[in-house]
Design a protein. Structure first.
Length: 504
């Protein structure tokens, strides 16, 4: 497998790109300057060449019969280094000489004259390299049959252009070096926030997100989240992503914790249900075994009474569990208008019949009309009956139990209050959970009266199914269960029913 080439960093790529652009710009500017200067200098030189050839042609016209005459080079004002030649109609050199400084003109050698052949006498300028003399700009002119060739040296122009190129190159190198250093510093400073964002991302990626409590992940600093810059936008987006990750992981951990707690509650529920069912089953099996061994060991009537009692207890437990299962599944309950005042009064009468040793009181505070609730009358009666039974079973004889019914335009509030010993503080948070019993603080009336710890759980489940809520407050000498249910819409009534209190 071929290894992938390692890519350069963004800082390096930006620096290389900017440097390349600067090099191209500097090269374009230098070339433009050089070509413009060369064109200017060459144009000026061509003008001088044309002037010189015209002047020389005029000087040669003074002696038209002398086809090899170059005496015009002796005239004053001829620049040093200028060469001149007389040519024939075919462009062959007849005579040629070069003007020397403070000396008479010097004739050209054969090699030098050969370099000047082939130039048409049309006035156009040409560049020729003359051995021993250098590069010349030459032109030939035919003036009424007098053909003269003149050339001026280009060394000054070439030296000027070479110097200009050298200066441009030096300036470009120094400028590019300085610009590269400045760009490197600027790029480093400008990309520093992006580097901090990348460092934050790396640190977050190394966090153990798959285990443990995922909180307090590193965030991008506030100064690196400015939306006015690209790095700030990336930093702000990374912070939002980290927030989403933390929220998602926290939600997942919360869900896992709920599942774990649900499994623990289920295991505890199964264990408690098995224990509650095992006790009556063991009792029934024991009495059946005694009956099988003969009637001399136990009286048949007593045995059958005990078997029936345990069977009823087991049947009641199974029915309670089935009711809780139906409520957990969200099965709809029967719906009808229920008068909660009459229902509570009936429940108080039933409780008085079952617990004659307690003082039972009923208080009605129906200032806004009758307490009418839309729901299942049988189940609501079961809720109130369970609250009454809880007060009767877990308080000693002589305890006063007061049931209160209050009604407003939106809610119906039922309170069951007793002045018994109260619920232990450690048990209070779990009093509505299944198989929760207060045997350690409240005395049970008897084996068959004690219950299985499902009464308050059933009351809470039925209340929730009706869209209400139930809670409890307990201190030694005062325990109060509060049941709140939504009431049905009623038209405005006349005179409200006055509150009244009566012992039952």
């Amino acid at each position: 497998m071929t290894a992938r080439p390692r890519s350069r960093s963004l800082r390096t790529r930006l620096l290389v790109f900017i440097t390349a652009v600067l090099v191209c710009v500097c090269a374009a500017m230098a070339l433009t300057t050089v070509f413009a200067q060369r064109a200017y200098l060459m144009g000026n030189l061509d003008n001088r060449v044309n002037d010189a050839v015209e002047r020389n042609a005029g000087g040669a016209a003074l002696h038209p019969e002398l086809t090899r005459d170059l005496t015009f080079l002796n005239e004053g004002g001829q620049p040093a280094g200028m060469l001149a030649a007389r040519i024939d109609a075919e462009g062959n050199i007849l005579s040629a000489a070069v003007v020397s400084h403070d000396a008479p003109p010097r004739s050209l050698t054969t090699a030098q004259t050969d370099a000047l052949k082939g130039i048409a006498p049309d006035g156009s300028t040409h560049t020729r390299a003359v051995p021993g003399l250098g590069t010349y700009r030459v032109a030939a002119l035919d003036a009424s049959g007098i053909r003269v060739l003149t050339g001026l040296p280009m060394d000054d122009v070439l030296d000027t252009i070479s110097g200009l190129v050298a200066v441009e190159t030096a300036v470009a190198v120094v400028g590019l070096t300085a610009a590269g250093c400045v760009c490197a510093v600027v790029i480093r400073r400008q990309l520093r926030p992006l580097g901090r964002v990348a460092a934050t991302a790396v640190e977050v990626s190394r966090a153990p997100l798959g285990r443990g409590q995922v909180t307090g992940l590193t965030r991008v600093p506030e100064q690196d989240t400015d939306p006015g810059s690209e790095a700030g936008q990336v930093g702000a987006a990374l912070n939002r992503m980290i927030d989403h990750v933390e929220a998602s992981l926290a939600e997942r951990q919360h869900s896992e914790e709920q599942v774990r707690r649900s499994e623990e509650r289920m295991r505890r529920f199964l264990a408690d249900a098995s224990h509650e069912l095992r006790t009556p089953l063991a009792s029934i099996a024991g009495y059946a075994e005694l009956m099988n061994r003969g009637t001399d060991r136990i009286e048949p009537g007593l045995a059958w009474r005990r078997v029936n009692a345990e069977s009823a207890r087991m049947r009641s437990l199974v029915e309670d569990l089935l009711l809780l299962a139906r409520l957990d599944e969200g099965r709809p309950l029967q719906s009808a208008e229920v008068d909660m005042a009459a229902l509570v009064a009936e429940a108080v009468w039933d409780a008085r019949a079952a617990g004659a040793g307690h003082v039972w009181r009923l208080e009605l505070g129906l200032d806004d009309g009758p307490a009418l609730v839309l729901g299942d009358e049988a189940r609501l009666h079961q809720v109130v009956a369970n609250l009454m039974a809880n007060a009767r079973v877990h308080t000693p004889a002589g305890t006063t139990v007061t049931a209160t019914v209050e009604s407003t335009r939106t809610t119906c509030v039922i309170r069951v209050r007793d002045d018994g010993p109260g619920i232990p503080p450690a048990l209070l948070p779990t009093v509505f959970e299944r198989f929760t019993r207060a045997d350690t603080s409240r005395t049970r009336a008897g084996v068959l009266e004690g219950g299985s710890g499902l009464g308050l759980a059933i009351a809470s489940a039925i209340t929730t199914a009706h869209g209400g809520r139930i809670d409890v407050q307990s201190t030694p000498g005062r325990t109060e269960f509060t049941l709140v249910l939504p009431v049905t819409e009623l038209p405005p009534t006349g005179t409200p029913t006055a509150a009244r209190t009566a012992p039952v």
